[in-house]
Ligand binder design. Structure first.
Ligand SMILES: CC(C)(COP(=O)(O)OP(=O)(O)OC[C@H]1O[C@@H](n2cnc3c(N)ncnc32)[C@H](O)[C@@H]1OP(=O)(O)O)[C@@H](O)C(=O)NCCC(=O)NCCS
Length: 165
């Protein structure tokens, strides 16, 4: 069966939580430090839905293999046309096109909702994600030095930007 990209439903959140805890918390892909609960992710989803921001999943045979979402970049109103996204695919399914499919749908959603900029804040050591974002047309616009602390180390973050014309 080909992969399907669709909005997340409540039933997907056990899988979304497991993917985030493995691909995000267990690495520097996310600067969250502690594993999250399904309840935590459901609250996050509710916040996203309140703002009409999407959480999308990639499934094969109804098994969730990855997810992507965007939310506000910064809280002040002047930033209302800029969103910050995250995308996570189970490690054993990397390089199978799921990340691109998720991001293509997420970009379409952002463009369709009149967003102007999508911003990825990517750990500087996450060269896979930086290469992936470049392939999707994102451009590096900045490096923030030692802005995070995880795994007992300071972490640098790269700002990857996609601007809609
Ligand atoms: C980054 C991530 C989402 C990419 O997902 P993926 O499903 O493996 O990527 P795809 O197979 O769709 O690849 C899309 C393009 O990116 C490129 N790419 C993906 N991983 C790459 C890597 N490690 N090095 C170089 N290029 C890479 C692919 O070659 C492909 O290019 P092509 O279409 O021209 O051939 C995935 O590696 C992941 O979940 N990483 C852990 C979580 C993470 O870092 N998320 C980003 C935080 S913002």
């Amino acid at each position: 069966m080909p992969p399907v990209i669709r909005p997340a439903t409540r039933e997907d959140f056990a899988d979304i939580t497991a993917i985030y805890n493995e691909a995000g918390i267990g690495t520097t892909a996310s600067y969250d430090l502690e594993e999250v609960s399904v309840e935590n992710r459901l609250q996050w989803w509710q916040q996203r839905r309140t703002m009409n921001h999407p959480v999308l999943v990639a499934t094969v045979n109804e098994t969730v293999l990855g997810f992507a979402s965007y939310g506000p970049f910064r809280s002040k109103s002047g930033y209302r046309y800029t969103v910050e996204h995250g995308v996570y695919v189970l490690p054993e399914h990397h390089h199978s096109g799921l990340g691109r499919m998720l991001m293509t749908a997420l970009i379409d959603h952002a463009h369709g909702h009149r967003m102007h900029v999508m911003m990825g804040v990517v750990d500087a050591a996450n060269t896979a994600s930086i290469a992936f974002h470049r392939k999707l047309g994102f451009v590096e616009v900045g490096r923030m030095v030692e802005v995070a602390h995880k795994f007992d180390c300071w972490q640098d973050a790269v700002l990857m930007q996609l601007t809609f014309s």
